[in-house]
Design a protein around this ligand. Sequence first.
Ligand code: COA
Length: 185
Amino acid sequence: MKITPLQPEHFLPVIELGNLVHGDNYLDETGIEQMYQKGCKNGINASFVALGENGELLGFRTTYSAGQWPIDKWSSPTLWPVDENDMAYFKCIAIAPNAQGQGIGPQLLSHAVAALKQQGAKAGVSHLWKQSPGNGAVKYFTKAGGKLIKVHDDKWLDDCIYHGYVCTICGTQCHCQAAEMVLEF
Ligand SMILES: CC(C)(COP(=O)(O)OP(=O)(O)OC[C@H]1O[C@@H](n2cnc3c(N)ncnc32)[C@H](O)[C@@H]1OP(=O)(O)O)[C@@H](O)C(=O)NCCC(=O)NCCS
C-alpha cells in the first residue's frame, strides 16, 4: 500500500468510492475538484489517496487548508482551542469496505496532519459520521487524539433535499448525526 497526494487522475475512482461508502450523489466531479483546490496551500497538498499494489484505490482523505474553507452553522469556533484562522478542516474520508479496520484511515490522517503543519495550521476540525459502520469514524478520530466539541443532528439532510444525496443508512431523508471534533497538532 502506498499513500500519495490526491491528483486529478484519482478523481473518478475517488468519486466512485465516496458514493459507494457514503451514498449516491455524495461526490461529483465539481465537488472533488473544489475539495482538491481547497487543500492546496503554499505549494503543499493536504489531501491524500491510499493505493493498493496494482494501483487500485483503497481509500482517500480530502482536507481543507486553514483560511480556505467557510465556517458555517455546523461549526463552533467559540468552543475551539485555536483561532479560526489556524483551523484546517478534515472534509471527507472513505476506505474501501474490504480495507476498513486495517489502519489505513489513521495513516491517511497522519499524512494530512503533516502537510497541514507544513502549511502552518495548528489544528483540524471535522464532522464525524456518528452512524458509520462499527462506529469506525468516531473511533478512528478519537484514537488519533480528536476531542468532541458538539453533536449536530441532521447534518446531511440538506444534501438529500437539495443535492440528491442518498444516505447508505437512511436513504433520501438522512437523520445521521455529526460529531464535531477537533484534533490539535
Ligand atoms: C471510518 C474510517 C475512515 C476509519 O478508517 P479505518 O482504516 O477503517 O480505521 P481503523 O482501521 O483504525 O479502524 C478504526 C476502528 O473502527 C472499526 N471499524 C472500521 N470499519 C469498520 C466496519 N466497517 N465495521 C466494524 N468496525 C469497523 C475498526 O475495527 C477499529 O475499531 P477498534 O478501534 O475497536 O479496533 C473507515 O472505516 C471508513 O471509511 N468507514 C466508512 C466511511 C466513514 O465512516 N467515513 C468517515 C466519515 S466521517
